[in-house]
Design a protein around this ligand. Structure first.
Ligand SMILES: Nc1nc2c(ncn2[C@@H]2O[C@H](COP(=O)(O)OP(=O)(O)OP(=O)(O)O)[C@@H](O)[C@H]2O)c(=O)[nH]1
Ligand SMILES: [Mg+2]
Length: 468
C-alpha cells in the first residue's frame, strides 16, 4: 500500500467553517497530539473523556475556555492520537488555537489529510473516504442517505463479496491449469459457469445501485436551446421557480449562458439557458450562439424549445436550429438521442395536445412535451420526463453514493467477467480466462483502494475540505 513519507508529521486544522458560530473546532492528529494536549490544557487528558477547561497559550494566558477531547490511536478517526479543541466559533480564537499548535511543532493539514490518514491506517477504505466528502457535499436528503450507506460500508461489503467469489473461481481455474494432465476439466465443470453467472448477477445489481447513487450525487446537465423568443428563459424560470433569467418579447434577449441548479426528487439538475439560435450580424450575439452550441455538445439532455405556432411544421424545419444537416450521421444521431422537443406557449392553443406523438427523424423517435412556461401547465410533466431520461428509478433506498471512477471500474469488471464466461463456454485457452479473471479482480481493487496510484489518491483527497 502507498504510504506518504510525511505521514509522521503532526497535522492541525480548523475543522469547522470559518465565520461566527457558537462552537468552532480545531483538530490535531499525530504523534505530538498528547504532548500538545498537556501544554495547552495544563494536564494530560484521559482518552475519550470530555473536559471543560481552559486553553492556554505559550505564556499561560487563557485563549478560550471550552471542551477538550483526546482520542488515543489506534482508536480514533485517523488511527493516530487526536486532540480536538472545541472553542468559541470566531476567527480570532480558532486562528490562535491553530497557531499555538503550529508553534509547538504541528503543521497545517492539507485538504482531506485527516481522511487520507484514516485510509492509510486502514480505518476506512477509499470508497468510504470518498463518501465522507460526498456526505459533506450532499444537498438533498436522498444524496446524503446514499452517501451514508457507502460510509457505513454497504458498497465496500458488496465489492468484497464479489472479490471473494472471484477468488474462488480463480482458484478453480488456476488449479485446472496447474493440473491439466490430471483429470480436472474445469470447462465441463458447471460449477465454474454457474459461479461466474451468479457473480455477474451480483455485479450488475451493484452497478445499478452505484449508478443511482452517482446520479443523486452528480445529477445531469440539461441545456435549453431553440430559436429566439421561443420561451427558453421563461422555461428556465418555470423549472427553477425563480426569476433569474431576463424575459422580454425582443428576440435575442439572452446573450450568455445562464446556469441554475434544481433538485427533482433529490436528483440535481444543472440547467443552462442559452442564447436563441439564429444567424446574426451582432458580434455579441454571435458569441452567445457559439456558446450555446458548445453547451449543447456537452449536455446530457437538450430541450429544444419551439413555439407552439410551429406545431404543424415538418420535423426537418423544427430541428433546423440544431444545425444537424452539416454534421456526420453518427453525430446527428448522438445529438438526437439526447434531445426532447418542447412545444411552448400551449396556453395560446385552443386544444393543446395532452400527450403529443413523438416526432420521428433518422429512424429515431424524439420525445415531445407540450407545455406553457407562462402558466406552468405541463412543467411537472417535463420534470418527470427528465428524471426518467436520467435513468432515476425513484428508489433511493437501495442506492449508495458512487463516483464516475467507481462506475468505470465496475463496467470494466463486468466486461472482463463476461469475456471470461464466454471463454469458458467456448472452451478457450484457460490461461486467457484466468487472465481476464485476474484483471477483473484488480478493477474491483481500484474501487476500495487496494490498487491505487499515488496520483489517484492525491486527486481524490485534494478535493476534500481542510480539516476533514
Ligand atoms: N403566451 C405565452 N408567452 C410566453 C410563454 N413563454 C414565453 N412567452 C413569451 O415569449 C417571449 C419570449 O420569452 P423568452 O423566455 O424571453 O424567450 P427566449 O427563448 O429566452 O428568447 P431569447 O432569449 O431572445 O432567445 C416573452 O414575451 C414571453 O413572455 C408561454 O408559455 N406562453
Ligand atoms: Mg432568453
Amino acid at each position: 500500500m502507498h504510504v506518504q513519507n510525511n505521514n509522521s508529521d503532526t497535522i492541525c486544522a480548523i475543522a469547522t467553517a470559518l465565520g461566527r458560530s457558537g462552537v468552532g473546532i480545531v483538530r490535531i492528529s499525530g504523534g505530538k497530539a498528547k504532548e500538545l494536549a498537556a501544554a495547552i490544557l495544563g494536564f494530560t487528558p484521559k482518552p475519550r473523556y470530555a473536559y471543560y477547561c481552559r486553553f492556554l497559550d505559550n505564556n499561560q494566558q487563557i485563549i478560550d475556555q471550552g471542551i477538550a477531547l483526546f482520542f488515543e490511536g489506534p482508536h480514533s478517526f485517523t488511527g493516530e492520537d487526536i486532540l480536538e479543541l472545541q472553542g468559541h466559533g470566531g476567527a480570532y480564537v480558532l486562528n490562535a488555537l491553530r497557531d499555538l499548535a503550529l508553534s509547538r511543532g504541528a503543521r497545517l493539514a492539507r485538504p482531506g489529510e485527516f481522511s487520507e490518514r484514516a485510509f492509510l491506517n486502514n480505518k476506512i477504505d477509499l470508497v468510504q473516504a470518498e463518501a465522507i466528502a460526498d456526505l459533506i457535499n450532499a444537498n438533498s436528503q436522498q444524496a446524503a442517505r446514499s452517501a451514508m450507506r457507502t460510509l457505513q460500508g454497504e458498497f465496500s461489503r458488496q465489492i468484497h463479496e464479489l472479490v471473494q467469489r472471484l477468488i474462488t473461481i480463480r482458484v478453480n481455474v488456476e488449479a485446472a491449469i496447474d493440473f491439466s494432465d490430471e483429470d480436472i476439466d474445469v470447462l465441463s465443470d458447471t460449477r465454474v459457469v454457474t459461479a461466474l453467472e451468479e457473480a455477474l448477477g451480483l455485479l450488475s445489481r451493484t452497478l445499478k445501485q452505484a449508478q443511482q447513487g452517482a446520479l443523486l450525487q452528480e445529477g445531469i446537465n440539461v441545456v435549453i436551446a431553440g430559436k429566439p423568443n421561443a420561451g427558453k428563459s421563461s422555461l428556465m424560470n418555470a423549472l427553477s421557480g425563480a426569476d433569474s433569467a431576463i424575459v422580454t418579447d425582443i428576440p435575442g434577449t439572452t446573450r450568455d449562458l445562464l446556469r441554475e441548479q434544481i433538485n427533482i426528487e433529490g436528483v440535481p439538475l444543472h440547467i443552462v439557458d442559452t442564447a436563441g439560435l439564429r444567424a446574426s450580424e451582432d458580434v455579441v450575439e454571435q458569441e452567445g450562439v457559439r456558446r450555446a452550441y458548445r453547451a449543447i455538445e456537452q449536455a446530457d439532455r437538450v430541450l429544444l424549445v419551439i413555439d407552439c405556432a410551429e406545431l404543424q411544421e415538418p420535423v426537418e424545419n423544427l430541428l433546423a436550429p440544431l444545425q444537424l444537416l452539416g454534421d456526420k450521421a453518427e453525430d446527428q444521431l448522438r445529438l438526437l438521442q439526447r434531445t426532447t422537443i418542447v412545444f411552448n406557449k400551449s396556453d395560446l392553443l385552443q386544444n393543446p395536445p395532452i400527450t403529443p406523438h413523438p416526432l420521428v427523424h433518422l429512424g429515431l423517435q424524439l420525445p415531445v412535451i407540450c407545455l406553457s412556461a407562462k402558466t406552468g401547465l405541463g412543467v411537472d410533466n417535463l420534470k418527470q420526463h427528465l428524471l426518467s431520461c436520467a435513468g432515476y428509478d425513484g428508489n433511493e433506498e437501495g442506492s449508495f453514493t458512487a463516483r464516475e471512477r467507481h462506475l468505470r471500474a465496475l463496467e470494466n469488471c463486468q466486461r472482463l467477467m463476461e469475456k471470461a464466461a464466454l471463454g469458458v463456454s467456448k472452451h478457450s485457452l484457460l490461461e486467457l480466462v484466468a487472465e481476464d479473471l485476474r484483471l477483473s479482480q484488480q478493477e474491483l481493487g481500484t474501487i476500495t483502494g487496494e490498487y491505487s496510484s499515488d496520483d489517484l489518491l492525491g486527486e481524490i483527497f485534494a478535493s476534500f475540505c481542510v480539516g476533514k
